[in-house]
Ligand binder design. Structure first.
Ligand code: HEM
Length: 506
């Protein structure tokens, strides 16, 4: 080819590229002209509403209040150069997580996500995790056995507290629930219940307590409106202290994970690994966090709500007595028949989610949602509170009423809601891959606690104070309640004699 032909080709190529860019730009302008951004506060040049965000903590409360004042179920709040799009209606959530799932299937990149995922090393691994770690086959042969044994340890631990002269039958339900979830996932991942020697009564040792503290601190600071998540060049100054808090809390978890992982990697060194050590470490942190927070929070709130409404607690006792009776402990095979217990859990997910917003989704191109323009790169936050407490969808939304999830005797209550009238496990490409394990864990945990013990408020209190924490959605104070055995004495006697020797792992 001579130079002239080359030049012609180059010019033609440039023209084609310029036409495509021009066309895209025109389309964007057209969309922008036809559709406005969702309503929201004006914000400052460059920094947007960052000063307001810093002034109004916790940010999630500020955003929900703002939306109420604007009387909108979708808003646009500019933080730095990012459009944050909170959404509080099921219809809009369906548009985002179902109809336009492909557009919103990515996670935003930001400081807190980068720290927990070892620089985003978890992104390519969902398929491996789903098929190799939490598949239904593995659930059947491994998780079920672990959930069952840990449920036995759970009843023993509470029973010891009932017997102990030190506790007077008072049980810290938060510690018990977190310890059950933590033990299940430690067994699944590391093949051990305790990082140290544990406590004689079966409760968490100092190591497990530190591990859980690290886990919840990390969880509450991940995608939690850190300044550096929206203004990345301020990360070095760490003005709100989030980076230090996250680094310390992640360190507190990893100091227990990493030696176990290193040991295991050494043992399998000859094989050709699918994942690097750093990838394994990041993924394990993510799975451990994902397993503990939702179920333990739901069970603590459920028992608190049920103590204050004895009719509900009574119905749950009656269902368990009918399905299981009092001469053995409830197990996994009973779960399909425990519709009322499952309705109690579902109602708790609706009213008391662990976090105000779902994990953020990123729009990977310009699009329209609810008639509004959503620019590429927006962070979309589906509000778990907005969906679950939406007065258009739920009658008397702040009332704890499990009956609302029961259709009839023959229809099983599912903890998932793919129609997104509430957000439990979410749906779509980024929906929770741990539905089977998560549902089993949370149901067996609540069913065992209710079947094994009668619960009431401490004797000096008329009821449980159902107040949310100022900072997050946990009960403001850990639930301390009175527990006394309600099964035949031989059930506990047999349980205390059982020793599990085997510690299984994949
Ligand atoms: C009651 C228990 C659980 C609940 C309510 C729950 C809920 C959720 C929710 C709401 C999400 C975010 C979905 C979205 O972004 O749209 C999620 C993500 C996730 N969950 Fe769960 N989860 C539970 C248990 C588990 C368990 C037991 C595991 C694993 C062992 C797990 C692993 C994950 C993972 C890996 C993700 C991230 C998925 C992704 O980014 O693609 N979850 N979960």
């Amino acid at each position: 080819m001579d130079n002239q032909t080359n030049l012609c080709i180059m010019v033609a190529l440039c023209l084609i590229i310029a036409t495509i860019i021009f066309h895209k730009w025109r389309m964007t302008c057209k969309k922008r002209a036809q559709h406005r951004l969702p309503p929201g506060p004006k914000g400052w040049p460059i920094i947007g509403c960052v000063p307001e965000m810093m002034k109004n903590k916790p940010t999630s409360k500020w955003i929900h209040k703002l939306m109420q004042e604007l009387n909108t179920e979708i808003a646009c709040i500019r933080l730095g150069n990012i459009n944050v799009i909170p959404v509080t209606s099921p219809e809009l959530a369906r548009e985002i997580l179902k109809k336009q799932d492909a557009v919103f299937a990515s996670r935003p990149r930001c400081m807190s996500g980068k720290l927990t995922s070892n620089e985003y090393l978890t992104t390519k691994m969902k398929r491996i995790i789903t098929s190799e770690v939490i598949s239904s086959t593995i659930h059947q042969w491994l998780h079920m056995e672990i959930c069952h044994e840990e449920a036995d340890h759970l009843v023993k631990y509470v029973y010891h507290q009932y017997q102990s002269p030190l506790t007077n039958g008072l049980v810290n339900v938060r510690v018990v629930a977190r310890h059950y979830c933590g033990s299940v996932i430690r067994r699944i991942v590391f093949g051990k219940r305790f990082f140290g020697i544990g406590m004689e009564d079966g409760g968490p040792g100092m190591e497990e307590e530190e591990h859980m503290d690290g886990l919840f601190t990390t969880m509450f600071h991940l995608y939690a409106f850190a300044l550096a998540d929206y203004v990345p060049w301020l990360e070095v100054f760490d003005l709100d202290g989030y980076k230090k808090i996250l680094k310390d809390s992640i360190k507190n978890m990893r100091k227990y994970h990493d030696p176990e992982i290193n040991k295991r990697v050494k043992m399998t060194q000859k094989n050709n690994p699918l994942l690097s050590v750093q990838e394994i470490k990041a993924q394990i942190t993510e799975i451990i966090m994902a397993t503990v927070d939702n179920p333990s929070n739901a069970v603590e709130w459920a028992i608190a709500e049920m103590i204050n409404q004895p009719d509900i607690l009574d119905k749950a006792y009656k269902e368990l007595d009918k399905v299981v009776r009092r001469d053995r402990l409830v197990d996994e095979s009973d779960l399909p028949k425990l519709n009322y217990v499952k309705a109690c859990i579902k109602e708790t997910f609706r009213l008391h989610p662990i976090a105000p917003f779902n994990v953020p989704h990123l729009s990977t191109k310009d699009t329209i949602v609810g008639g509004y323009f959503i620019p590429k790169g927006s962070h979309v936050l589906v509000s778990r509170l907005g969906l679950g407490r939406n007065p258009r969808i739920w009658e008397d939304p702040l009332k704890y009423n499990p009956e609302r999830h029961i259709i009839d005797e023959s229809t099983q209550v599912m903890l998932t809601d793919h129609e997104l009238n509430m957000l439990s496990f979410s749906t779509g490409r980024r929906g929770c891959p741990g539905v089977v394990l998560g549902s089993t864990m949370v149901t067996i945990l609540l069913a065992r606690l209710i079947q094994g013990f009668s619960w009431s408020a401490p004797t000096n209190r008329p009821s449980i104070d159902l107040v949310e924490s100022e900072q997050d959605l946990l009960l403001a104070k850990p639930l301390i309640a009175h527990a006394s055995p309600r099964l035949e004495a031989q059930v506990y006697a047999q349980l205390l004699q059982t020793h599990y020797m085997k510690e299984t792992t994949i």
